[in-house]
Design a protein around this ligand. Structure first.
Ligand code: PLP
Length: 408
């Protein structure tokens, strides 16, 4: 039977302490024991239903972790206080001084900066490559490569990672394929396609309400347990704990993720199609013109569209700024970073979320000064929003091709 992440969430029923349909929030940092011996044992190994201290695990965090593990078809998960916490603790768990990581070059700027500026300080080498070029990935591999790191759909260029091929390569060299699936929750199930560890920034689509920052790591039980080892686990010892109040609210939002993704995807596809018709330089993996459209079709779970992010290249920084300001003035959405919110958000990655990547490298990658990333919201009447965006482009002189009537 085909794996369906939305069915996994549907089947994740929790009966709370008092029969509550939303599990009770455990508002405690520490837990009592009836026997001193049990406390000692718990330091040695987990005991079902027994909690020690909320930096280790809190029952509310555990409910969210369990649901996320189900969504990814995994044995276990650990929720964290941010997506960056999830990425940094995972990489520090998997790599030691003297190890090497092959990473996608065009990734979220924070991740790039971690790989470029922080991990080398601890003796971990990183080679950045174009993940769409499998020969380049193979050529970058070294005997000490421990991790191949990519984003399922990359930020901001929306490159699709060939997860089965990368997973196979990782297996062959004894490395781990770590996939940041923030842009494509439910759309891609990386662990079923060959990845070993999946990361999400829960801040984005999974939470969907732009009211908190959170993350998670999903993988097999032995890896998540190793991250929680009291002597050597990076999650345990670096302490990126998620507040249980937030875990409870994210868990509620997770149950509407499948519906939101469908709508984000429909709206984004409508916008991308129209911009393509108008001759605007638009990237969207749902367009047949996208270089990895067929690859994504071969890998994706079919019910959740192609994601909510569309990027357009309007040529220059000035034009990008004018377009974003005009779209905000005309109430298309907000000029703001981040993504996956129910309202439309737009920002210019070259001068915000990818600014950590030096200008010359951005130019090679195609993260141009005129690139605008649009996180398409859940607009009820998307055709009106598309029309307004079209008028903004027209008024700024950015539609220099023949003006097509709006499709019926
Ligand atoms: N991964 C991707 C693809 C992102 O876009 C971001 C943030 O924008 C992160 C990770 C970091 O997530 P957080 O801000 O929750 O730490």
């Amino acid at each position: 039977m085909r794996f369906d992440p939305a069915m996994e969430i549907q089947d994740d029923l929790v009966f709370g302490e008092y029969g509550d349909v939303n599990p009770s929030i455990t508002d405690s940092s520490t837990y009592t024991f009836l026997s001193a011996r049990t406390m000692e044992e718990l330091f040695d190994h987990p005991i079902e239903g027994c909690y020690l201290y909320s930096r280790h695990i809190n029952p509310t965090d555990a409910y969210l972790a369990r649901a996320l593990a189900r969504m990814e078809g995994a044995e276990a998960a650990q929720v964290m206080s941010s997506g960056m916490a999830a990425i940094s603790t995972t990489l520090l768990q998997l790599c030691s001084a003297g190890d090497h990581i092959v990473a996608e070059h065009s990734i979220y700027g924070g991740t790039y900066a971690l790989l470029k500026n922080v991990l080398p300080r601890f003796g971990i080498d990183v080679t950045f490559v174009d993940m769409a070029d499998l020969d380049a990935v193979r050529a970058a591999v070294r005997p000490n490569t421990k991790v191949i790191f990519c984003e399922g759909l990359s930020n901001p260029l929306l490159t699709v990672a060939d997860l089965p091929s990368l997973g196979h390569l990782a297996e062959t060299i004894g490395a781990q394929l770590v996939v940041d699936n923030t842009f494509s929750p439910m759309i891609l199930s990386p662990l079923r396609l060959g990845a070993h560890v999946v990361i999400h920034s829960l801040t984005k689509f999974i939470n969907g309400t732009s009211d908190c920052v959170a993350g998670c790591v999903v993988g097999d039980r032995s890896f998540i347990s190793a991250m929680n080892d009291v002597n050597s686990g990076t999650s345990m010892l670096l302490g990126p704990t998620l507040d249980p109040l937030r875990a409870a609210s994210i868990l509620k939002n997770l149950h509407t993720l499948h519906l939101r993704l469908k709508k984000h995807g429909e709206n984004a596809l409508m916008l991308a199609r129209r911009l393509h018709e108008l001759g605007v330089r638009v990237h969207y993996p749902g367009l047949p013109q996208h270089p990895q459209h067929e690859l994504l079709n071969a890998m994706r779970n079919p019910d959740f569209g192609y994601g909510g992010i569309v990027t357009v290249d309007v040529g220059t920084k000035v034009m990008a700024e004018r377009l974003m300001m005009l779209m905000q003035d005309r109430r298309v959405g907000y000029l703001a970073v981040s993504l996956g919110y129910f309202k439309t958000l737009f920002s210019a990655p070259g001068h915000s979320t990818s600014s950590e990547i030096p200008e010359d490298e951005r130019a090679v990658l195609g993260v141009s000064d005129g690139l605008v990333r649009i996180s398409v919201g859940l607009d009820h009447e998307m055709s009106r929003s598309v029309r307004i965006i079209e008028e903004c482009l027209l008024d700024l002189g950015l539609l220099n091709v023949r003006y097509l009537p709006v499709a019926a």
